[in-house]
Design a protein. Sequence first.
Length: 560
Amino acid sequence: METLKPSNFIRDIINHDIKVEESSLSRVETRFPPEPNGHLHIGHAKSICLNFGLAAEYNGVCHLRFDDTNPTKEEAEYVEAIKRDVKWLGFDWGQHLYYTSDYFDKLYKCAVELIKKGKAFVCHLSPDEIRQYRGTLTHPGQNSPYRERSVEENLELFEGMRRGEFDEGSCVLRAMIDMSSPNLNMRDPVLYRIIKNTPHHRTGANWCIYPSYDYSHPISDALEGITHSICTLEFEDHRPLYDWILNELSLFDSHPKQIEFARLNLTYTVMSKRKLLELVTGNFVAGWDDPRMPTISGLRRRGYTHEAIRKFCEVIGVAKANSIVDIALLEHCLREDLNQRAARVMAVLNPLRLVIDNYPEGLLTEELDAENNPEDSSMGSRKIPFGKVIYIEQDDFCEQPPKGYFRLAPGCEVRLKHAYYVRCVDVIKDNDGRVMEVHCTYDPETKGGWSKDGRKVMGTLHWVSVEHAIPAEVRMYSHLFIKPNPEDEGDFKSNLNPDSLITLTSAMIEPSLANAAANSRYQFLRHGYFCVDTDSALNMPVFNRTVSLKDSWLKGGKAK
């Protein structure tokens, strides 16, 4: 089957399989198998887009299967969070929602079959002893002293494990393969371990033994009829075990093909759920959905769109070798998307009063026309109120401007966006010499921000009418880490950015934002793209900075 998308090595494999096995390969089925032990992150988004995307291209289906085999780390809350994330990204598993726990009985029967074939045994070595017996990359391992037990004894012991007759850590079920194999994963790996003291979020206390991922993964794939089991690169060395398990079992007609691709690594980010959990439990962030987190829930709360994330996953492509992607590329994809969909509005983050001395006293509120998005005329326009007293940014005025300063200064004229030209005529200071208020005159012939006599000004300022301004809290987010690779040396938490969140509580926004809905996105002129946070209060809307306006990925139309 031909596809319209650019080829990659996974598509080449699938196309080859369809061509060679046309009579038997009647469909393409993939799966996304997250463990419900945390929230998904941007790296999982790449896998989601790949698995669901490939299934759609080949008119197949993609299964969502929860690898819920470790009750000590898994929670039902994570299951629901993962479902939300996958759906938010725009994918639907339909009727194909599964749990590895659905197969606990079948997995147990498969383990019994391996024991009967002399391919698995109960081992009473401690975890530390198993590691010692395993050997190293340069030295072969040693057989467990329990490896020569009879089939009957192993069946009885395994049943005893099932009944809860042994303590946690006292014994495991191991495959019997080859302790001298150059692949450490083939040196009699653990298939089952005992977990007695933690109930499972779905099966409760029905089971006290749980299968390993390496064991349950191929069997679950085969039970569901998966044709192509697409994994990240760290599972490449596990593929021989995947194939060994399926080859040794006689229960399946199909044998899924495992294919590995490079996982996503992103600068200024960590991509380990374990490390992200450390940040959450250590209160370094305000939860899994903290907008500084690379989790899908965090990105969504920050204001990312699923279209931007999917575009990013498409742009980075699929590779066989690990590499690090610059986070600026993700931000570039986001800016391109928001540039098309976000309405332009005015917000003053650090207000300075500006009084227009010659503006008519007692004039009724003047309403000026403002386009909502110059990139999309269908978004229309809005009216914004203007008055004698407005707010501008503190940084947009300088009493003694340096060379090249094109904003407001004594004697200088600037344009107020959508409004008029104004010229600074006076400055009011407090006792400490700080500028508290700027006085200007305006030219009523420049309404709309354009001069009829053709004179030009260098600076254009955004503003908000003092009378109509709405107070807002604005959270300025930046990279969570100060180093491109936080894990280069030492504890990754030592590289946390102390300025990753700066909260501004005196911001003023234009009145069109009074009833802005949670998760709605805007471009604050000259500041960047912002999103209404989900915890906004009625009396104080909260905006998260999604991304700045500056695009560091492109320079002169080309990637840096």
